[in-house]
Ligand binder design. Sequence first.
Ligand SMILES: [Zn+2]
Length: 333
Amino acid sequence: MFFDGIKGQENAVHILKKALQSGRLPTAYLFTGPAGCGKMPAAISVAASFNCETAPLACGSCGSCRLHNAGTHPDLTILKPSEGKRWIVIEQVRDLIEKAYLMPMLGKVSTFIIDDAHTMNPNSANAFLKTLEEPPRTSRFILIAPDRNSVLPTISSRCQNLAFRPLGRKIIEGLLQLKGIDGKRAALLASMARGSMEWALDYHREEIIERLADEFEPLLSPERADSNLLLDLANRWARNRADALKILEFMAQWFRDMLIIAEGGFEDQIIHTAHLPTLRSGASQLGGYRLSMVLESIEDTRDDLGHNTNVELSLDNLLFKIRKFGKMAENRI
Ligand SMILES: [Zn+2]
């Protein structure tokens, strides 16, 4: 519980524990890092530590710790945009400031966590600035944002920045499995999540794996993969360079599965087991040599996207190339 439950952030946790033990914690912290990498649990751990009966580090079992864990401690306030809203509005900030100047109700310190602090609009941020400059003695602030530059400089310069690392693939995979997601799917989601547990869970919920597999299915079929379909796919995938890279990662796994089948490898190494019939037919249609060429083309496109190339054009090229391999195989060229 608390600090012990935070995975993959040894450095940030170490810094926070040391600061708590020495009693030298800044009034305001800015925690930065990808979504779902442990920033909020760390912020709650700090808040719990302030008021724990056996401080300086939260014990996890006293009455105060249990209230923090349940999110119901009266001296813990978490602010974020209201449901369905994009911004933290000035009224929310004014309420927070008012509360920050009151004495804590149960403990020694009141903690105010501002989640998605980058969604404070300039009005909200300016309203908050004075409180950051002359903070009430018994109040501490922890702002959470994806990166330092996403917060107004007037705010970030008054906070001590603590950077959280993107989570490693294996850690995300393990956390997903703890949530009951099976091993292969967890591995696939982790490989696409770029260090963010939240992204991995979003992909899981949105069934992006299933949707993409449906989109890959017609690529090898000369009748179904007409030019409009390919151009449309490239256009949709190209909307965001980072997303396009994820799609290519996923596509590489799809064709690698086919290659495993074509080379007579063990089918328990296959990730997309739900699509075995499609993979088997692709494997027998293209064969190992052409599949290696497809994988090479995907790899080249990923390299291109790493440089400042036109994403849509690179994807167009790749999709037409893959279709050509399908056609060649069909015509036994
Ligand atoms: Zn405690």
